[in-house]
Design a protein around this ligand. Structure first.
Ligand SMILES: [Fe+2]
Length: 476
């Protein structure tokens, strides 16, 4: 019999707490009107711990669950499925958690070898549609292929034997060429001071791998591609096997390691060509976009003073920090290029997005989630839940915002109105989970008029646990 979840871990309780079911729901109830030209599937991924965890539990440690909203002709259907990773299958047959995903030294003894050889991980962070495959990613393991309609798990995907590293949860798909670029930190082994950059052609064939030594072993969550450069942020979340063996945190915020931003020529660059540039201490999980013009690289991210959700080397807390939209400027023409940065927006923001047709190019429109201070949290890392969607116009430097009040909002994804629509002309899709009803709705906004509120609210009769990232797959 499955045991109850601990009540004292916030990430196992509302709004993150897992749901215990997989289901289909057809023709969901819609308030307002789903735009008739919105045609495709919205996928969301996030941790949804199956069994009472073994040992400590962290937000990043739950079993991945995919939620799909199939949208066509003004109607919306829904399905959710756990990703059948090796861990999930073993625990399903055992009826309990046997693997501690956060600590390989704390597993049922008969599975201690499994965690060291498992290539599948948790598949709980993000999803991408590329080369005719839907892939669920974490960032420490191979991606997991999912059937785009049934959400059945196909199995881990190594690009026909060519991928020998993990895959980031933040691959970038070039809108012009269809090439997908992604990376893996600690490429050659646990806690290795290196990183691999991989390129995959539009047909899904892995064409190039570049192994780059890094200044130290670091956890790298996201990166940027521009027309001519790949920007790799080595920020001081250091990894240390030695520290872990001594009972300390395997990954910790260690600002004295310094910030090192790697700039690799996008086309034809090799490990010898990377330049590591210095930057004042800062941290970011996510980038909105980046581009280069005349040798000057501009990068936008939601920047913080330090990394939240990670401990200090002695296991202490790094405390509260507020991300804000910040532009990095890197003049590659300078004799000694350096990364300079400037905050460009007053509001707190996370989960930044751009119009994917402008990824890597000069762009005007960005979106993010934000708090309005009206929905407080007692989490150590942040005292507000993110209940607001924001649109930032880089040209006018103005924001258009909509607060969902007592609802937590997910990352909001932009979907163009049509293939030829102007930049930013389209819809913004976000999940909102009400703190009153404890149910989740899909909200569909006019991406350039958020303040008028959603064009449609599509209601589920259950909750989608607060998760991480999603992807839009256009329909026929
Ligand atoms: Fe992320």
């Amino acid at each position: 019999m499955a045991e109850p979840m601990p009540t004292d871990n916030p990430f196992l309780n509302f709004p993150w707490g897992p749901i215990q079911m997989e289901c289909e729901a057809y023709d969901l109830v819609v308030e307002g009107e789903v735009p008739a030209d919105l045609n495709g599937t919205l996928y969301r991924n996030g941790p949804n711990q199956r069994f009472k965890p073994r040992g400590d539990y962290h937000l990043f440690a739950g079993d991945g669950m995919i939620h799909a909203f199939y949208i066509k002709g003004g109607k919306v259907d829904y399905r959710n499925r756990w990703v059948r990773t090796a861990k999930w299958n073993i625990e399903d047959s055992e009826g309990r958690a046997v693997v501690n995903a956060m600590n390989p030294f704390d597993c049922e003894p008969e599975y201690s070898d499994f965690v060291l050889v498992d290539k599948e991980g948790l598949a709980n962070t993000a999803v991408v549609w590329h080369g005719g495959r839907l892939l669920a990613m974490e960032e420490g393991h191979l991606p997991h292929e999912i059937d785009p309609v049934t959400l059945d798990s196909v199995g881990s995907w190594n690009f026909r034997g060519k991928l020998h590293t993990a895959m980031t949860a933040h691959p970038k798909v070039d809108p012009e060429t269809g090439e997908m670029v992604f990376f893996a930190y600690m490429a050659t082994g646990p806690f290795a001071s290196d990183l691999a950059v991989h390129k995959v052609n539009p047909e899904g064939v892995l064409t190039e791998t570049i192994i780059l030594p890094t200044p130290y072993s670091s956890m790298v969550h996201d990166f940027v591609i521009t027309e001519n450069y790949i920007v790799i942020p080595v920020l001081p979340i250091s990894g240390s096997l030695e520290r872990a063996m001594e009972g300390g945190p395997p990954f910790a915020w260690e600002p004295e390691k310094g910030v090192h931003i790697g700039i690799l020529p996008r086309h034809g660059g090799t490990a010898e060509d990377i330049r590591w540039l210095e930057m004042d201490t800062a941290f970011t999980f996510h980038f909105m976009n980046g581009f280069d013009q005349g040798g000057v690289v501009s990068v936008d991210c939601c920047q913080m003073e330090h990394a939240p959700l990670f401990p200090t080397p002695d296991g202490g807390s790094t405390g509260k920090t507020e991300p804000r939209l910040t532009r990095w400027t890197i003049d590659m023409n300078a004799p000694e290029p350096r990364v300079e940065f400037e905050q460009i927006d007053e509001f707190e923001s996370e989960f930044p997005q751009c119009d994917p047709r402008y990824l890597g190019k000069p762009y005007r429109h960005g979106w993010y989630t934000s708090p309005d201070g009206g929905l407080t949290s007692d989490l150590e890392a942040n005292d507000n839940f993110f209940n607001t969607i924001g649109h930032y116009d880089h040209e006018t430097r103005k924001e258009d915002r909509y607060s969902c009040g007592r609802s937590l909002v997910s990352e909001a994804l932009f979907v163009p109105k049509s293939l030829n629509a102007a930049e930013g002309e389209g819809y913004l899709l976000s999940l909102a989970t009400s703190f009153d009803t404890r149910l989740t709705s899909l909200l569909i906004f006019d991406a350039q008029d958020l303040a008028q509120g959603p064009l449609a609210k599509v209601h589920l009769s259950h909750r989608v646990p607060a998760g991480f990232h999603g992807f839009w797959r256009p329909g026929d």
